[in-house]
Design a protein around this ligand. Sequence first.
Ligand SMILES: [Cu+2]
Length: 280
Amino acid sequence: MPRSAVFIILTLALPAAAGAQVRDSAPNVKQVVPPTPRAPRIVTITYTDNAFDVPEHLPAGMTTFHAVNHSKELHHGTLVRLDSGRTVPDLLEALKKSGPLPTWAKLYGGPQNAGTVTMNLPAGNYVWVCLIPGADGIPHFVKGMVRPLTVGPDKLSASAPAPDRTVTMADYNFTISRPITRGRHVLRVVTAAKSQPHELVIIHLSPGKSAKDVMDWSAHPNGPPPAEVVEGIAPMDPGTVNYTTVDFKPGNYVLICFVPDAKDGQPHAAHGMVKEFTVQ
Ligand SMILES: [Cu+2]
């Protein structure tokens, strides 16, 4: 075959390979390799004292948020989706009242403290808020940690990270699909259907500290928490899915939810939403 003919055949073969690579694994046997899923784009969000450094616009689709905390206090980046034309002032007004948020405000999760979280964001209007109170009891969003975010209509296509554990949050417990072992895990985190919103605060306890120390600290958060690392997922309503990548080191861990209860306003932890486990 003349060299130019080989070139033409190779060129013609290229469009057929778009989206799927065809390779010869043996003479006359073609193996179709599925396209490599595109990883979500990584967006860094930063907390400083009572302020967020967050994007104001993002394309829709699977997105990874990597949070960096430059403040001494704990923060999270809770994404709230605003439907029915509601605005940031409407949300701030709703947050002044105790009890569940109105149905036009949907909690989408987000990174807890300096965590890494992936979620699929449909196009729409959102708000970043930090609902965590400071040592004075005043939530950080009141002090300025509230920023609007528009998502779409442009869209990026990317695949969710492959999870190896599922954490289900229900009224009032955490269920992990399999015990967590030492090393890096991708947790798929969901709130059970018909449940209240919940958050997943993952606390790697300091040596000698217990879940009770965490409860005592949360009631009177003076000084640093009795923890080496705090990460996880911000409050999320049923129907949303977040993924978080966590490097579990040997030691004692506590999963805890501080979302106020719809009935009595007590943190869910007071209703038993605390789970301790040890990573060997
Ligand atoms: Cu909860």
